[in-house]
Design a protein around this ligand. Structure first.
Ligand code: SF4
Length: 437
């Protein structure tokens, strides 16, 4: 049985695709082994979101080749699409598969004989057709991702993704439900609905809200979580579903990127701060206990002290429970590359630290709101301090002392305190007795 190992660099969607490729390889007779163990085939699913990510991919390819000189190395993912010419000139790659053929990669592995030069399967454009995907993702984690959409038409000026993944397209509803049922049969109780621009889902007359409705009727599925979603794409019916009795987690991750209208304009974002704030206020009003995260980019060209101050004030004012802070990174092929007034690295670092500190403070205050209340936790793993940890539906990470293995159990927990990044609690005594603690 040939051994295959797979590795993902990049986002949740890449993880979902690697998981599906793993399943396809297993059903074709491969033995899946942990990345880093001896293997006959190594599949690297790459990322091109920043220059650094691309450099990481190249370093990893060299490292894999040094560690496994005889293995067949296949490289796919966003960097295989945007950097196929660079990868072709690198030593040690046997197969390069761009976006169009990515999910068919296993079919092209007719032989694992090493090649003198890489075979390249690459098209400049990517089909806009709706799609299905073979298999059911292979995940070791408690939660599993469920890919429902790919590509983006929004053309934010800093973003390479429309070039690496192509135009928007959606997965056929029946195929989504088929994989969801397969993931539940493997024991996953929570699925994270994932795509590049997931709110733009549209297929066979169905919207994202319709697909969530279909997923709600999958027996055995307890939670449905939506991954990052653009603010202009979140419908009222989706918010109403989240507010009502539903399996849909009360959680939204809505990228803000900047709190300054001039910068949002230069970024080619599809909203201005007033609209964004109005949306957030509506979401919080409609969905009690909503967990609300965002992405903020610092150091976009032209981000003056005043523009950054606008971002800091808005980020502080809006009821976020956390944010991810990213530094702007110039990307070849994007419109923002041509913008003047780049921000010095030292300023980017200082702004980034300031926002990270604000995010930590906001998360702590969000967690404190729940101290004294009983929340429902899907447990995942034991942390380094020995606490069993998991997430509430609104994205509070909770840790409890427990002897028993609580993995994949959903349990009520009374929260007793909170610290940076972790709310502390105790599972009810009766609960622990039930599960043999
Ligand atoms: S919405 Fe903007 S940032 Fe997000 S993938 Fe599309 S172009 Fe990139």
């Amino acid at each position: 049985m040939p051994r295959a190992s797979l590795h993902t660099i990049g986002c949740r969607l890449n993880q979902a695709e690697t998981a599906l490729l793993g399943d396809q390889l297993r059903s074709r007779g491969y033995d899946l082994v942990e990345f880093g163990r001896p293997a006959d085939l190594v599949v690297l699913n790459t990322c091109s979101v920043t220059d650094n990510a691309e450099a990481d991919c190249r370093n990893l390819i060299r490292k894999v080749r040094r560690a496994a000189p005889d293995a067949f190395v296949a490289v796919t993912g966003c960097y295989a699409q945007t950097g196929a010419d660079v990868l072709q000139r690198m030593e040690g790659i046997d197969l390069i598969v761009g976006t169009q053929h990515k999910m068919d990669l296993p079919r092209y592995l007719t032989s694992l004989e090493r090649r003198p030069a890489p075979e390249v399967l690459h098209t400049r454009t990517v089909s806009r057709d709706d799609f299905t995907i073979e298999g059911v993702g292979e995940y070791e984690s408690t939660r599993a991702n469920l890919k429902v959409q790919d590509g983006c038409n929004f053309m934010c000026s800093f973003c390479i993704i429309p070039f690496s993944r192509g135009h928007e397209r959606s997965r056929r509803p029946d195929d989504i439900i088929r994989e969801a049922a397969g993931l539940v049969a493997r024991g996953h109780r929570e699925l994270v609905v994932t795509g590049v621009n997931v709110g733009r889902y549209e297929c066979e007359g169905r919207s994202l809200d319709d697909v969530i409705g279909m997923l709600e009727s999958v027996p055995g599925l307890d939670r449905i979580r939506i991954s990052s979603i653009e603010p202009t794409t979140i419908s009222d019916p989706l918010l109403e579903r989240m507010a009502g009795p539903s399996k849909l987690c009360r959680y939204l991750h809505v990228p803000l990127q900047s709190g300054d209208d001039g910068i949002l304009d230069a970024m080619n974002r599809r909203y201005r701060t007033k609209e964004y704030a109005a949306f957030i206020e509506k979401a919080v009003r409609l969905v009690p206990d909503l967990g609300l995260g965002t992405d903020i980019m610092v150091g976009f060209p032209g981000e003056t002290d005043a523009a950054f101050a606008n971002t800091r004030v808005l980020a502080a004012d809006l009821p976020f429970s956390y944010f991810h802070v990213f530094s702007y990174s110039p990307r070849h092929g994007t419109a923002a590359l041509r913008l003047p007034e780049s921000v010095p690295a030292v300023t980017i670092k200082a702004r980034s630290e300031e926002l990270c500190a604000l995010s930590r403070a906001k998360r702590l205050s969000f967690y404190h709101r729940y101290v004294g209340r009983t929340v429902s936790v899907l447990f995942e793993t034991r942390n380094r301090s020995g606490l069993f940890t998991g997430l509430t539906d609104n994205y509070i990470r909770v840790g409890v002392p427990a002897e028993a293995d609580l993995n994949n159990q959903i349990r009520p927990v009374r929260l007793t305190g909170a610290m940076d990044g972790l709310a502390l609690g105790a599972a009810a005594e009766s609960t622990l007795r039930q599960i043999g603690a």
